[in-house]
Design a protein around this ligand. Structure first.
Ligand code: 8YV
Length: 328
């Protein structure tokens, strides 16, 4: 008799090819109409599933995880960020948590570079003017933005995505600076000609562009606090493709409203899907709906990673992309 397939509950609609493969390999319960699961539906799923495959829209806090049945052994997240999961609580109950690192690095770095360009060169504003019939002919002083070449980019968080951004930014002539818990290896620092700042405050005060590329953890919540945001120069632009919670969004909106910094490109928000109403009224912002990993290729690769993690666990091995609480 074939061994029992594990019950895998998938909380959101995933790409068809991923879902089909999951049905072949697992006793997979899919969410074909993509309705987000609330806490009650999630609790019920945790009671029945061997494996839960959630996404960022599922808040799996300690209270919810405490309701998991003894059969639940793996939370295989579709996404790299795990700030919506209480990983320590899962670990205490002997539940592995895995994520999907690596496969969304390049697309996220592309979109971050896109936000830097879009903010400095006013791409969205310009496109909006054409559509609003406000283009009445070229003028020497209209729609002026800021040049990238020769400026300084400060990257907060020099992991995979930070480094992929640095490579792109260097090609645009930006000088690479970064703040990280520790410096990158001398080899990478040399390749990127990157300058390390142990002090985030000191780096912020000197940059023309700042990009947030670190994970959201208790230690990085409001890392860019009202006090730190005030250190930015008036001509500085800030972009965020990591997590909204890393920036004090209300303080940022206030600075942008007063013109105390030049602009911002935001793909993530502190209270998603809500966006601070002040931001929605501003012209000096480019706002995107959390889409930095939204390519067909990345979403397929993310699904593949989820499958590999589940399959490895099924085969009695430790899943490759385990998130270890102490390393967060
Ligand atoms: C994902 C992300 O698409 O992977 C992440 O951490 O922020 C996104 O790009 C999302 O998390 C899917 O759960």
């Amino acid at each position: 008799m074939a061994p029992r397939k594990p019950k895998v509950i998938v909380t959101r609609k995933l790409p068809d090819a991923v879902e089909t493969r999951m049905r072949e390999l697992f006793d997979a319960e899919l969410n074909l109409d993509d309705t987000p699961m609330g806490p009650e539906a999630l609790a019920a799923a945790l009671k029945r599933a061997d494996v839960l495959a959630p996404t960022i829209t599922d808040r799996l806090d300690a209270d919810l995880i405490a309701q998991a049945g003894p059969q639940l052994k793996l939370i295989a997240n579709f996404g790299v960020g795990v700030d919506h999961i209480d990983v320590a609580a899962a670990h205490e109950r002997g539940i592995f948590v895995t994520n999907t690192p690596g496969v969304l690095t390049e697309d996220t770095a592309d979109l971050t570079m896109g936000l830097i360009l879009a903010s400095a060169r006013r791409l969205v504003e310009g496109a909006g003017m054409i559509q609003a019939g406000e283009f009445h002919g070229w003028t020497p002083t209209w729609m002026l933005g800021r040049r990238l070449r020769g400026k300084r980019l400060g990257i907060i968080g020099m992991g995979r995505i930070g480094q992929a951004l640095a490579r792109r930014a260097a090609a645009f002539g930006l000088a690479i600076h970064y703040h990280n818990r520790k410096p990158v290896s001398p080899l990478i620092a040399e390749e990127l000609e990157a300058t390390y700042w142990e002090s985030l405050d000191q780096m912020l005060a000197r940059m023309d562009f700042v990009s947030v590329n670190c994970p959201h953890t208790p230690g990085t919540y409001h890392l860019l606090s009202a006090r730190r945001l005030k250190l930015l120069q008036p001509h500085a632009f800030i972009v965020n493709t990591a997590r909204g919670e890393i920036i004090d969004e209300a303080a940022l909106a206030g600075l942008l409203e007063r013109g105390a910094i030049a602009g911002a490109g935001l793909d993530v928000f502190e209270h998603e899907p809500a966006v601070n109403p002040k931001l929605l009224k501003l012209r000096n912002v480019v706002l995107l709906p959390h889409m930095s990993s939204a390519t067909i290729e990345t979403r397929l690769d993310m699904g593949e990673k989820v499958i590999i993690n589940i399959r490895t666990w099924m085969d009695g091995h430790k899943p490759p992309d385990r998130v270890i609480p102490d390393l967060l």
